[in-house]
Design a protein around this ligand. Structure first.
Ligand code: 8YV
Length: 342
């Protein structure tokens, strides 16, 4: 097992990339760990916790989402959970705006024309390859932007859209996940945007579907949000609307989305996450839709953000079990750290 560092008080062991799918190896080598830093959204369930044994005090994931971690199993064993909110907010908000622009202005379809060498044969026409404009200007009306899930990343996305001339915003938060702490935070963040918007309304799902020109799905995964965006929802959306999903793939029924694009119930989609990812092979129904702009879950993939996430994940782990030290994390991607007491 490669040893990352050894000090008198701790030993940090790195699980290297070639072991990524080797669950058996993980189960054998995690034995005795005091802390685990999860980098690849590896499943943390009763089996893994039992394999680690009674020394385990903290599981720290390098992600804001933690559906891969069975939290009640941690609670049962008095194991703390660390995650990495905040540091990735800007990177994911950036990519959400990028996806909205790509979907509205037909990036996938039009880049396909160039890539396939069809540009020389392309016959220009005034409205060829046009799409709905996101920004408001003298020539284009204000768009209503909708948010399914209205946490930190949605707020940061909205802030980016205000300079685009967006003045009307509707949102729907998952009622199952609203805690008083979150409500307080949301109200504070909303206060920052309110003066710059003409209208900001909490609406039900039905209204969100019907009224959004651009819908951003930035909700967590898990059973409470599973397929909230289904055939029923998509049928209600405007014909020129754009759907962006940079939250979790499971929120959207992929087959229904493919059908919505094929039958032109909506204009286009920009998605960074897909249910069942990363198993999105060439025959996936969404890949047959030219108006579907798909990225392979790279929302937080900027050097700066990933470094901040990795550092925070390690700090969370060490702060809980021991004390905070800094570990140099390079672009050669450490995968798992097991932290052992000597
Ligand atoms: C990463 C994410 O893909 O933080 C999350 O929940 O979805 C993304 O930032 C994830 O960290 C991969 O482990």
């Amino acid at each position: 097992m490669p040893l990352l560092t050894k000090r008198d008080d701790i030993e940090v062991v790195l699980w290297t990339e070639d072991r990524v799918s080797d669950r058996q190896w993980l189960l054998e080598n995690v034995k005795g760990a005091v802390g685990i830093v999860i980098v690849f959204s590896e499943l943390v369930d009763a089996e893994l916790l039992d394999a680690a044994g009674p020394n385990l005090k903290v599981v720290s994931t390098m992600s804001v989402g933690y559906e891969h971690i069975h939290v009640p199993e941690l609670a049962k064993r008095n194991i703390r959970l660390g995650y990495t909110p905040d540091v990735l907010t800007d990177a994911v908000a950036d990519i959400s705006v990028m996806l909205a622009l790509m979907a509205g202005r037909n990036a996938n379809e039009t880049m396909g024309i160039v890539r396939e060498g069809l540009w020389p044969k392309f016959i220009w026409a005034p409205f060829a390859l046009c799409g709905p404009q996101l920004s408001t200007s003298g020539v284009s009306p204000s768009r209503t932007v909708g948010f399914l899930g209205f946490g930190r990343i949605s707020h940061a996305t909205l802030a980016r859209l205000i300079p685009f001339g967006v003045t009307d915003c509707i949102y729907s938060s998952n009622p199952n996940s609203s805690t008083s702490h979150k409500k307080e935070r949301d109200e504070k963040l909303l206060g920052q945007h309110q003066p710059q918007l003409k209208s900001l309304r909490a609406v039900d799902l039905d209204t969100l579907g019907r009224e959004s020109d651009v819908l951003f799905i930035l909700a967590p995964g898990g059973p409470s949000t599973q397929h909230l965006v289904n055939e029923d929802f998509l049928r209600k959306m405007k014909k020129h609307s754009v759907l962006v999903n940079a939250g979790r793939g499971t929120v959207v029924d992929s087959d229904a989305l493919a059908k919505a694009l094929r039958e032109k119930w909506i204009w286009g989609a920009g998605i960074d996450v897909v249910e069942g990812e990363p198993n999105v092979g060439k025959d996936h129904p969404l890949l047959k839709e030219p108006r579907c702009n798909i990225l392979p879950h790279i929302g937080s993939a900027s050097f700066e953000t990933r470094l901040a996430m990795a550092t925070l994940a390690v700090d969370n782990c060490l702060a809980e079990s021991f004390f905070v030290i800094s570990i140099a994390i390079t672009e050669t991607d450490p995968v798992f750290f097991f932290i052992f007491s000597p």
